[in-house]
Write a protein that binds this ligand. Structure first.
Ligand SMILES: *[C@@H]1O[C@H](CO)[C@@H](O)[C@H](O)[C@H]1NC(C)=O
Ligand SMILES: *[C@@H]1O[C@H](CO)[C@@H](O)[C@H](O)[C@H]1NC(C)=O
Ligand SMILES: *[C@@H]1O[C@H](CO)[C@@H](O)[C@H](O)[C@H]1NC(C)=O
Ligand SMILES: *[C@@H]1O[C@H](CO)[C@@H](O)[C@H](O)[C@H]1NC(C)=O
Length: 353
């Protein structure tokens, strides 16, 4: 008894090593009447046996094409065990091109999209993707070549173009490359204006066509804040608003003198209006001695200094009327009298003579 046990164990080990299928085949009872033998060989295909070890009546075995081969649509790919014999199965696997290349600009027409068998010489048709337009001069087909690769597709679909961008007032639209699908355009404003809205826009799908993704921006004039105040000074011709580069000119109130530049300018920093510097100053006017003497001394001098008698006009304003005019009138009347007397005397002498 004792030596027999290890021998049995060794046999089981040996059988186990041969694999479960063979083990089952060896252990299974003799094939019952009507069972089929192993399924037949089919070119370029393998039967999918799963765990079957016996093939009773009516059992179906399906085949799978080998790598590089594809099932020809419409052809049978399985066998049935009937009356202890497998049904007939014709060759159903054939070489095929892979599923056609995915193209950026086109997609396979629907009728081909479910297909996976593309024998040598077969042709497929593409249609342009959204945002692309067909170039009618080029073929939209590709063909499965002898070496089971696809012919190279032409660039038969062209990118659609976005509408030509309109100019923006007081600004500029920069087209860097083109205005085709995927292109970006940039917006900018003239000096003194700031961009309100998007700085760029992309030509992309809009609905079932292409269009600009961003609204066009506006260029808004940048204004400076209220000009700063200057003590004892004021702004000349004050305006309600000041734009880029516009000056503001200050003047001083009476009795004050302006120091520095009288004007400042509206400048722009980070899209904000800012006044240039430095601001002028209004300082109290200095009362210098030279200026005060000449004005103050002159007035009394004109009053006090004796005005020559000959300048009767000046005299009349500077001195009381009676004093100057009377003697001058008297002297003229005196000389008149003398003249008359002399004439009478001369006439008398003549008559006497
Ligand atoms: C395999 O494809 C070729 C063309 O590439 C064709 O002539 C042949 O009949 C096909 N064979 C089968 C089994 O479909
Ligand atoms: C291929 O292209 C031609 C011409 O563009 C067209 O007439 C034909 O229908 C296309 N499709 C196939 C499968 O040949
Ligand atoms: C298949 O054939 C075509 C033309 O006959 C050739 O251009 C291509 O390089 C070939 N591809 C391979 C992978 O051999
Ligand atoms: C347009 O943009 C490019 C790149 O940003 C730049 O080099 C070019 O100077 C710009 N042109 C104009 C007119 O603004």
């Amino acid at each position: 008894m004792s030596p027999a046990r290890p021998r049995a164990r060794a046999l089981l080990c040996l059988l186990g090593g041969l694999g479960p299928q063979l083990l089952l085949l060896l252990l299974r009872p003799p094939a019952a009447a009507g069972d089929c033998s192993l399924p037949p060989d089919v070119p370029n295909a393998q039967a999918t046996l799963r765990h079957h070890t016996s093939f009773p009546e009516q059992i179906t075995v399906t085949y799978k094409c080998n790598k590089g081969f594809v099932k020809v649509p419409g052809k049978a790919d399985s066998v049935v065990c009937q009356n202890s014999k497998w049904s007939e199965l014709a060759e159903f696997c054939n070489r095929s091109c892979d599923v056609p290349t995915r193209l950026l600009f086109a997609s396979l027409k629907k009728s081909y999209s479910q297909q996976n068998y593309f024998p040598e010489g077969s042709t497929v048709e593409y249609e342009c993707r959204l945002g692309y337009i067909r170039d009618p001069s080029l073929s939209g087909n590709i063909t499965c070549l002898q070496n089971f690769t696809w012919s190279k597709p032409d660039g038969f679909c062209k990118k659609k173009s976005c509408p030509k961008p309109r100019e923006i007032e007081k600004g500029h639209v920069n087209i860097t490359t083109d205005i085709l699908l995927g292109a970006t355009i940039y917006f900018s404003c003239n000096a003194g204006y700031k961009l309100v809205g998007a700085a760029s826009s992309v030509c992309a799908f809009v609905g079932n066509t292409v269009g600009w993704t961003a609204e066009f921006p506006e260029c808004q004039e940048i204004l400076c804040p209220e000009p700063p105040k200057v003590d004892h000074g004021m702004i000349q011709e004050k305006q309600s608003s000041y734009a880029y580069r516009q000056p503001v000119t200050y003047k001083c109130m009476e009795g004050f003198t302006l120091h520095g530049q009288s004007s400042i300018y509206c400048t722009i920093k980070d899209d904000q209006g800012e006044w240039s510097g430095p601001l002028p100053q209004c300082r109290e006017t200095d009362v210098t001695p030279t200026v005060s003497k000449s004005t103050e001394v002159n007035v009394p001098a004109a009053k006090s200094t004796a005005v020559p008698r000959t300048t009767s006009r000046f005299h009349a304003t500077g001195t009381p009327k009676g004093r100057g005019s009377t003697p001058s009138v008297a002297s003229t009347t005196a000389s008149g009298h003398m003249c008359i007397t002399l004439t009478i005397l001369l006439m008398m002498l003549e008559t006497v003579g």
